[in-house]
Design a protein around this ligand. Structure first.
Ligand code: NDP
Length: 284
């Protein structure tokens, strides 16, 4: 069986054009959604991510403000910047690009962002709301995966969903969203005893470990939907996911490619979260 390829690039373009339309409508209320992205240091990968986020924001008609800060920025200085963004009515979403330099306490910085502007959805109060079934912001990558599954018409109610990888930013919120959609969820981590035995039960398999090729075709249930969140750069320079695409595509009914799968959806959902934050702003 040759799997259908789930085109994240095309879906992301569709979502972004719907967002642009909602941004126009909000404009008639005198509100332009604004996203501030704080970048500390000169990590080249982070610089590219930030540039892409800012460009996507502007293309959707939103205000984007990038705040570059030196690698030696003191923690207090960063907290002051966040405080002023928390109080800036033109800014509806605040994102601090991770990773931060080692001398800065990432947890402290995330908790300093106003939960109402925490468009990454990483603040403990937003994690708690998600866990209790009342999400304010859904973390962008799992939100993008849910949007993909919905657009593919995948039945989640009663489905066996297996997630490989249990990080705070991908695996755990992914589990909460799939559970809320009625799936029976298994969350695997690096200590899972027999990974294949878990993945082979999955109607929906989401893989987010940062380990290229960790899931191969023989670990996939025939007809499963496979979502590959991983982004790994091989020594050859080639970009690959966590799933061995060619063997998994022989068995799955649908699969996301890397690149062009989950990655573009993550940016689209960041814009969605910023838009939703702006839409919640009371009319002046
Ligand atoms: P983390 O390193 O924070 O977490 C990795 C998770 O994978 C951990 O829970 C770890 O287990 C688990 N894991 C590692 N090895 C194994 C194994 N052998 N078997 C089962 N589980 C294992 O990674 P992230 O969640 O931040 O990112 C995961 C991948 O997704 C990366 O490639 C990253 O680049 C990509 N990513 C892609 C995004 C996109 O937009 N497409 C956005 C964010 C991330 P344990 O908890 O036991 O350590």
């Amino acid at each position: 069986m040759a799997a259908r390829i789930i085109d994240g690039k095309a879906l992301s373009a569709k979502v972004r054009s719907e967002i642009a339309e909602r941004v126009r409508r909000l404009g008639s209320r005198g509100v332009t959604p604004g996203l501030a992205v704080v970048l500390v240091g000169e990590n080249p990968a982070s610089q590219i991510y930030v540039r892409n986020k800012a460009a996507a924001c502007e293309a959707a008609g939103m205000l984007s403000r990038v705040i570059p800060m030196g690698a030696d920025t003191a923690e207090d200085e960063l907290l002051d910047v966040i405080d002023s963004l928390n109080n800036d009515p033109a800014i509806h979403g605040i994102l601090v690009q991770l990773p931060l330099p080692g001398h800065i306490d990432t947890g402290l910085v995330i908790e300093a962002i106003s939960p109402d502007k925490d468009v990454d959805g990483f603040h403990v109060s937003n994690a708690g709301l998600l866990m209790t079934g009342r999400p304010r912001f859904r973390p962008c990558t799992p939100y993008g995966v849910m949007t993909m599954l919905e657009s593919e018409g995948v039945t989640l109610r009663g489905a066996e969903a297996v997630i490989v990888g249990a990080s705070n930013i991908v695996g755990k919120p992914m589990a909460m969203l799939l559970l809320a959609a009625g799936a029976t969820v298994t969350l695997c981590n690096s200590k899972t005893r027999d990974l294949g035995a878990q993945t082979r039960r999955a109607d929906v398999l989401v893989v987010a470990t940062g380990k290229p090729g960790i899931v191969t075709g023989e670990m996939v249930k025939p007809g499963a939907v496979v979502i590959d969140v991983g982004i790994n750069r091989l020594p050859s320079g080639k970009l690959v996911g966590d799933v061995d695409f060619s063997s998994a595509a022989e068995v799955a009914s649908a699969i996301t490619p890397v690149p062009g799968g989950v990655g573009p959806m993550t940016i689209a959902m960041l814009l969605m979260n910023t838009l939703e934050a702006a839409e919640r702003t009371p009319a002046i």
